[in-house]
Design a protein around this ligand. Structure first.
Ligand code: AMP
Ligand code: MN
Ligand code: MN
Ligand code: MN
Length: 276
């Protein structure tokens, strides 16, 4: 099997390893082609690409863009784009600019339930402060003993209706697609199984995504169950989407799936990497 891992994170967003280390680890895990997909940031791409070249592994530019669709936070992956594209870079800068302010508001919300110092605590985990994310707050909440692991953090905190959650304006679906496609790239919906959408709303979302030029969806993902793989494999065939595969690796000891260690794509799907 050609081992593609097209979804992972470095310290340029909320991963635990520097971008070059992510690429080296992928190569030593037997990955044949890697895309680094940091949240809303392209900083890690050059060093990951250089490390991949040394290891003889194919490398594709990637990014995971945070968007808002009908007040739900959704992630759209971009692949194989021109990283120097001005509109893409300006768009990502605009998303990042709200994160610090959002982090302060999250911290104020946590203080209301007796958890102090969360902004500073989370910032200690953020190698790239402009990419301060809920993952960094999650690590702080585990460190202080408020939650036993990240999974329980995201059950009891930082999600809608729970302490530490604040609304935030992200990009729109149309923005994310125009940036990715405008930079010559290919878009993929990240971990579609993770969104709290009814079946009908998922279909509406996918139809709108396709209409706007969306070409692919993740089918095999570190955050998917076998049932998700079956469901989204079926939807990919039905809508004519290319299929992607990615671990969503954030770091050793934190992610359930290490780089490249995922099931192959189900039969009968068109792999997105054949379009690069
Ligand atoms: P943000 O972009 O600041 O909203 O943070 C989203 C990040 O939080 C994701 O990219 C994950 O790294 C992390 N996250 C969200 N939900 C979960 C979860 N259920 N378990 C572990 N990490 C999560
Ligand atoms: Mn993340
Ligand atoms: Mn994601
Ligand atoms: Mn991710």
């Amino acid at each position: 099997m050609f081992n593609c891992d097209l979804h992972c994170h470095s310290t340029c967003s909320d991963g635990l390893l520097p971008a070059a280390d992510v690429a080296r680890r992928a190569a030593s895990n037997g990955v044949d082609m890697l895309a680094l997909t940091d949240h809303d940031d392209l900083e890690g791409l050059p060093s990951a690409r250089a490390a991949a070249a040394v290891a003889g592994m194919a490398f594709v530019n990637g990014v995971e863009i945070s968007i808002e669709w009908e007040s739900l936070q959704i992630h759209i992956l971009g692949y194989a784009f021109d990283a120097a594209d001005p509109a893409l870079n300006a768009g990502l800068t605009s998303i990042r600019s709200g994160r610090i302010e959002r982090a302060r508001r999250m911290s104020a919300e946590l203080a209301k339930v007796g958890i102090g110092g969360a902004f500073e605590g989370a910032m200690r985990y953020a190698a790239n402060p402009s990419l301060i994310s809920r993952a960094h707050f999650g690590r702080f909440l585990v460190e202080t003993g408020v939650a036993k692991d990240l999974r329980s953090v995201f059950e009891s905190y930082l999600v809608p209706g729970r302490p530490g959650y604040v609304d935030h304006r992200w990009a729109t679906l149309a923005d994310s697609l125009s940036w990715i496609l405008g930079a010559g790239g290919i878009a993929a919906v990240a971990h579609p199984g993770r969104y709290k959408l009814s079946r009908a709303d998922m279909r509406r979302f996918l139809a709108e995504y396709k209409e706007l030029g969306g070409q692919a969806i993740e089918v095999v993902s570190g955050s998917h169950t076998q049932e998700h793989v079956d469901t989204f494999g079926r939807l990919a065939r039905e809508y004519g989407f290319l299929a992607s595969r990615g671990s969503d690796f954030h770091g050793p000891g934190e992610s359930y799936f290490d780089l490249g260690q995922l099931a192959p794509l189900p039969d009968g799907l068109k792999p997105v990497w054949e379009a690069f």
